[in-house]
Design a protein around this ligand. Structure first.
Ligand SMILES: *[C@@H]1O[C@H](CO)[C@@H](O)[C@H](O)[C@H]1NC(C)=O
Length: 269
């Protein structure tokens, strides 16, 4: 390591936050207001936009951070973080709201590590993919809410089981010539099933930007799962089903788990 590299590395190591942000669970209305206020406070590096509405009409509001918000720049990595897909798994949602506020304040305060991240990437945060489920779970409160109420959306669809299964399609076709693993068409049969508006909004979002890294924060267990999340064989759930990027996913999963091993938090890609 040269001195220059050492300096570059030390500017990327975590520092104690210089800002104290109050940590409490927030209602949907409070969440929207915090995200909008954060984007207004940091309008030079932040912007909010909606990717659609939930079944009951609540906004699926995204806050983004980058040094030129609102548009994709060639070769700038697009990153997406999603929380609260299961409406009653709430820690990820709250951590992402906190992260948005943290990114904004630290950038303004001159934190070199945060500035470097925001100057060189574009981070999109959807703190709640299931605001309807959250509303139900929150109305029961933490003493009464079990692991099922509020997990699904308002149509009783588990959003984490609602995306198309492209894994078996890939494994069926991967030996054909010119088969592109990055442009697998959605099987027609998928559209015969029920597609939740929340799922559809995220699918449209994924198609609209060239995301290179994504994570969805769940709660309730200490686990990281990374693609493929479905099995290569529809009848054998536990088959090893690696993607061509197995090594990268493994390294990302290890990095996250070593860093986050004290938090009761799951991360699935
Ligand atoms: C990030 O970009 C801003 C605006 O161009 C610049 O003022 C700041 O010094 C940059 N920070 C780092 C750490 O590169």
């Amino acid at each position: 390591i040269t001195i220059g590299q050492e300096q570059a590395l030390s500017s990327l190591t975590p520092q104690e936050p210089s800002t104290i942000i109050q940590f409490t669970y927030t209602s949907n209305a409070q969440m929207y207001s915090i995200l909008k206020r954060t984007a207004a406070k940091c309008s030079h590096i932040s912007h909010v936009y909606s990717i659609g509405r939930s079944t009951e009409g609540r906004d699926l509001l995204v806050i983004e951070f980058t040094n030129n918000p609102g548009q994709h720049e060639l070769l700038k990595p697009e990153i997406k973080l999603v929380g609260n897909m299961h409406g009653n798994e709430v820690l990820g949602r709250q951590l992402l709201i906190y992260l948005a506020q943290y990114l904004c304040s630290e950038y303004i305060l001159g934190n070199q590590r945060i500035q470097t991240i925001i100057n060189t990437t574009r981070i999109h945060i959807l703190a709640s993919m299931n605001p309807d489920g959250y509303e139900l779970a929150a109305s029961e409160g933490h003493l009464l809410n079990g692991w099922t109420n509020g997990r699904t959306n308002a149509q009783n669809i588990d959003l984490n089981r609602n995306f198309p299964d492209l894994t078996s399609a890939l494994y069926r076709n991967r030996r054909s010539r010119h088969y592109r693993t990055d442009h697998i068409p959605i099987p027609d049969a998928y559209w015969f099933g029920k597609v939740a508006p929340e799922t559809y909004a995220v699918m449209k979002w994924v198609r609209s930007l060239p995301f290179v890294q994504s994570a969805s924060l769940h709660g309730g267990d200490l686990v990281i799962s990374y693609p493929f999340d479905y099995s290569r064989h529809p009848l054998e759930e536990r088959m090893f089903s690696p993607t061509p990027d197995e090594q990268v996913f493994k390294q990302l999963a290890r990095t996250y788990s070593l860093f986050a091993s004290h938090h009761e938090q799951g991360w699935t890609c």
